[in-house]
Design a protein around this ligand. Structure first.
Ligand SMILES: Nc1ncnc2c1ncn2[C@@H]1O[C@H](COP(=O)(O)OP(=O)(O)OP(=O)(O)O)[C@@H](O)[C@H]1O
Length: 640
């Protein structure tokens, strides 16, 4: 094994990667052999340096079906996505999974990675001769999904360090982790963008190719034994696509088992693959060596007569073009039948059977370790360090949380300036109104948190599946993150309103009422976002629930006037308890006369202890958090 270095790649490209006309064709050179030679010069892969060994993946008679619902006729039918896929992917080899769009490549990868969460699957998937445990898949198998899920606020280097801290052993020294990150930055040629913010569609950061390489690096940080990649080259220019495939080849040379779906790699990129599986409508139409053998096989098919090879058309492009045309002509089953008669199918069956039965002795990691995530306190600490602290320095995050409170406080203060000191009967309704608004506004403001929770869901799902943390830790981290900014913001708003309106109760209680209902709002936002499949539904759900709460607080309609069949809503309305606490704080000691009794009697609050509504609001907060955690763990809005 030689050293994997980008200059070698550059030289090859500068010379111009030969257009492979196929073995035996006049002037043709085998890109497979060219690349194999190039790759054989590749050095110790990163994984090899870290002592990682690949693992043999065998797939036997893998089938999958889903119940699909027609949007037009509203009928349902069972669709077969995979039909008895059989094959194997060996350590040290880079395998390509190709086929036209919709042929079942992602489905196949999802099943192998244990991430398909809809439909019915049957067949056998083994890693190192054993069915993989969830812990093994999380720890030892990396999955680079089609769409990048990275934390936009972090730089490339921070993203890698953050993942490294959560994915590698906690006991490993910081220096060792840093060295691993440095090595990955070098291997994936991320030096130039290491300090650049990752960004998102609204705030551009690193390029698409850099994001893809960062995603690959994120998966490599724990030295996986197998790396599955769904279209690692899609959306990249041909140079960057070749660059990514070249890096993957180096990793395969280092011992990692690599399986990647690709659409139309260049001849150079295609030549880097060792084996090839082609799917057509969920059926295997070729599985065998890549390069010359694959080209020979395809050239010998009757379907090849309709799509002759032309100069300028790459190997992979020709193969995919030929199969796509055959697919559209309804020849998928015939091609699958032809493959079943071929020597490659017989060889695949025999090798899969043999490898599925081979269980390397002493391969301890195959016996799944129990823990799949770091200790909760460690994960919380890392999330705080890399996420929360960074968000606290992010203008967008702070602007969505501070100014609104101050503006609302200024509006309330100027509208009700000095009203708190006036106990005349005509003014009491104004004081009750400002206290009502004081509890309603923070609950409404919590709707602002919903979009970011829903938008971040794919990242959360990916990181949880990767075993970076458990649901409860993520939720706790997000709530603490909000509470951290909420405290100073709410304190400033409370001080402005309390002293401008000249309230007579306790300032501490006045502030705690506001802070408590704000906490409840944050928890409600997480709960509503957790049950809502989309952002629109989350926003609508939040507005409906919080809007409904307003009516049952006790101000807009007196409690005795609420129709009996609506009374139950009052008991599940934290606003009702927060408003009660605010009123008791303000009027508990000086309950002024009002319409035939006292003000608190009018609102049916007289004689209540102040602690009771507080305790209820906090019980609501805990209840919402528990429900949010439960829904986040159980509900799978992300069907695949
Ligand atoms: N959960 C599902 N419900 C209904 N249909 C599904 C589901 N999952 C996949 N499919 C269908 O199965 C087929 C294969 O999908 P898959 O994503 O595996 O294809 P693919 O080869 O990866 O496609 P592409 O190259 O475009 O990503 C598609 O027709 C897709 O619409």
């Amino acid at each position: 094994m030689g050293a994997l270095s980008m200059p070698l790649f550059d030289v090859e490209l500068a010379r111009g990667a030969p257009v492979d006309a196929g073995p035996g064709a006049p002037g043709g050179t085998s890109t497979a052999s060219t690349s194999a030679a190039a790759a054989s010069e590749c050095g110790d892969g990163w994984a090899a340096q870290d002592g990682a060994r690949g693992v043999c993946i065998t797939v036997k008679e893998l089938s999958c079906s889903v119940v699909s619902r027609s949007c037009l006729s509203r009928t349902t039918k069972t669709v077969q996505l995979l039909h008895g896929v059989t094959g194997y992917f060996e350590p040290g080899c880079m395998a390509a999974l190709m086929g036209p769009s919709g042929s079942g490549k992602t489905t196949c990868l999802d099943l192998i990675a244990g991430r398909k969460n809809s439909g019915q699957a049957c067949g056998e998937i083994r890693f190192g001769g054993a069915p993989p445990s969830e812990a093994f898949l999380r720890r030892c198998v990396g999955y680079v999904e089609q769409f990048d899920t990275l934390l936009p606020i972090l730089s490339v280097e921070e993203m890698l360090m953050y993942t490294c801290q959560l994915k590698r052993a906690r006991q490993e020294s910081w220096e060792s982790k840093k060295a691993a990150v440095e090595e990955l930055i070098r291997k994936l040629a991320l030096e130039t963008c290491r300090a650049t913010r990752i960004g998102d569609p609204l705030r551009k950061g690193i390029s698409g190719g850099e994001a893809k390489r960062t995603s690959i690096a994120v998966q490599l940080i724990s030295s996986p034994r197998a790396l599955l990649l769904d279209e690692p080259t899609s959306g990249l220019d041909s140079f960057t696509a070749n660059e990514v495939l070249y890096v993957l080849k180096g990793l395969a040379e280092g011992g990692v088992t690599i399986l990647a779906t690709v659409h139309s790699p260049s001849s150079y990129g295609f030549g880097l693959f060792d084996s090839l599986m082609v799917l057509l409508r969920g059926r295997v139409v070729y599985f065998g060596p890549s390069g010359g053998e694959a080209l020979d096989y395809v050239a010998g098919l009757p379907a090849a007569a309709a799509v002759p090879r032309q100069r300028g058309i790459g190997d992979a492009e020709w193969i995919v073009g030929l199969f796509t045309r055959a697919d559209r002509a309804g020849e998928a089953e015939a091609l699958a039948g032809a493959y079943k008669q071929s020597k490659w199918h017989a060889a695949a069956l025999a090798a899969t059977e043999r490898l599925a039965g081979e269980r390397p002795n002493g391969d301890a990691s195959l016996a799944a370790p129990a823990a799949t995530a770091p200790p909760w306190w460690w994960a919380l600490l890392i999330l705080f360090k890399y996420r929360t602290l960074r968000l606290y320095r992010t203008k967008d995050f702070l602007m969505a949380r501070f100014p609104d409170k101050i503006v609302q406080a200024l509006v309330l203060s100027s509208l009700y300036f000095g009203a708190g000191a006036n106990s005349s009967i005509l003014n009491l309704v104004n004081i009750a109104a400002v206290l009502f608004m004081w509890t309603a506004v923070p609950a409404f403001g919590a709707a602002a948190y919903c979009p970011s929770i829903v938008l971040e869901r794919p990242l959360f799902i990916r990181e949880r599946q990767d075993g970076l943390y458990r649901t409860g830790v993520y939720l706790l981290s997000r709530v603490l993150e909000e509470l951290g900014v909420m405290l100073p913001g709410s304190l400033a708003a409370a001080a402005i309103v309390f002293f401008a309106v000249r309230f007579q109760g306790s300032f501490l209680v006045f502030w705690v009422v506001y802070a408590s209902i704000l906490c409840c709002g944050i928890a409600i936002a997480h709960m509503v976002a957790a049950v809502s499949p989309t952002m629109e539904l989350a926003n609508a759900g939040m507005a409906a629930y919080v809007g409904g709460m307003l009516f049952f607080s006790g101000l807009l309609i007196r409690i005795p006037d609420i129709p009996s069949w609506w009374r139950w809503f009052m008991w599940i309305d934290p606003l009702h308890y927060a408003f009660k606490a605010a009123m008791l704080n303000e009027f508990g000691k000086r309950d002024p006369p009002f319409v035939g009794g006292t003000l608190l009697e009018f609102y049916e609050m007289a004689g209540a202890a102040l602690w009771a509504p507080f305790a209820t609001v906090w019980a609501f907060f805990l209840g919402y958090i528990l429900l949010a955690g439960l829904f986040m763990s159980v509900l799978q809005h992300h069907k695949r």
